[in-house]
Design a binder for this molecule. Sequence first.
Ligand SMILES: C[S@@+](CC[C@H](N)C(=O)[O-])C[C@H]1O[C@@H](n2cnc3c(N)ncnc32)[C@H](O)[C@@H]1O
Length: 264
Amino acid sequence: MSDQYVFLSNDDARELARLEMLQSVHDPMTCAMLARAGLRPGLACAEIGAGAGSIARHMAEKTGPGGRVVALDLDLRFLGSPGAGDFERRQADILDEAALEPGAYDLIHTRFLLVHLADPADAVRNISRALKPGGVFLAEEPDFGAAGSGAADGEVRGAVHAVNAAVLAMYGDAGRDPRLGLALPALLRAAGMEVVDSEVAAPFAPGGTQIALMMGASIDHLRPRLVATGRANAGQVDGYCAAAGDPGVWAAYYTTISVAGCRR
Ligand SMILES: C[S@@+](CC[C@H](N)C(=O)[O-])C[C@H]1O[C@@H](n2cnc3c(N)ncnc32)[C@H](O)[C@@H]1O
C-alpha cells in the first residue's frame, strides 16, 4: 500500500540529501536511456515517483516549450514550489487508475518506484494505459539480491552480509520483491508492451562514494525495520553504516536493471 512507502517518515533534510545522492549516482545512465528512448522537443512525458525532480527537469529541458512534462509523486516535498521549473507537479498515487490520463503520453519513466509497491503490475498497467500507441515506458528498478561486501575484515563483511539479508527479508515480509528489476520484462509484456531496450548497472564501489553514502543513509533510516526481521542486529547495522563511509571497504550495493517497453 502506498501509505507504507518506507521513506515517507524520513525527515526533510535527510530525505532530500538521500534523493540527491540517488540522482547523482543514477542520472547519467537514466539520461542516456531516455535519449535512446527518443526524448526530444515536443513530446508529452511523465516522471512517476519523481522524488527530488532531476529527471522531470531534464525532460522539461529536452522537450522544450512545445512539450509537456508531468512529475507525479505521492509526496511533493522535494519537487520545488509551483512555477519553479517548467513542469506540472501532480500529487497522486500511481496505483490509482485516475492518476494519469489515458493515451496521453509519448514517454513515461520510473526509477526505484515499483519496488516499493504492493502491486507493481497494477502500476505498470496504469502506466501502459497512459501511453499513446507507440509510446515508450522506461522502468529502472533494483536487484538487491546482487549485493555483497569485499571487506577484508570478516566481522565487517559479516555485518554487511547480515544487513543485506535483512533488506531482502524486509521487502519479502512486506510483500515486495527485492529483486524486482529482474521481473521488469515480464511486467511490461503483461501490460501490453514490447521490450525494446535494456541495460544493467552493477557498481562496485568503495565507502565514501555517493552510492555507498546513499545506502548508508537508507539503511540507517530503515534500522528498526531491518532489526525487526531478526536477520541483523543494531551492531551489524552500525557496522554496515561505518563500512559505507570507509574508503577502504569496497562493496556491491545493488544492481539497477533498466528496461524500456513500447506500447503496441
Ligand atoms: C526511492 S524514491 C525515487 C525517486 C526518483 N525516482 C529517483 O530515482 O531519484 C521513490 C519515490 O516514489 C514515490 N512514491 C512511492 N510510492 C508511490 C506511489 N504509490 N505513487 C506515486 N509515487 C510514489 C516516493 O514518494 C518517492 O519520491
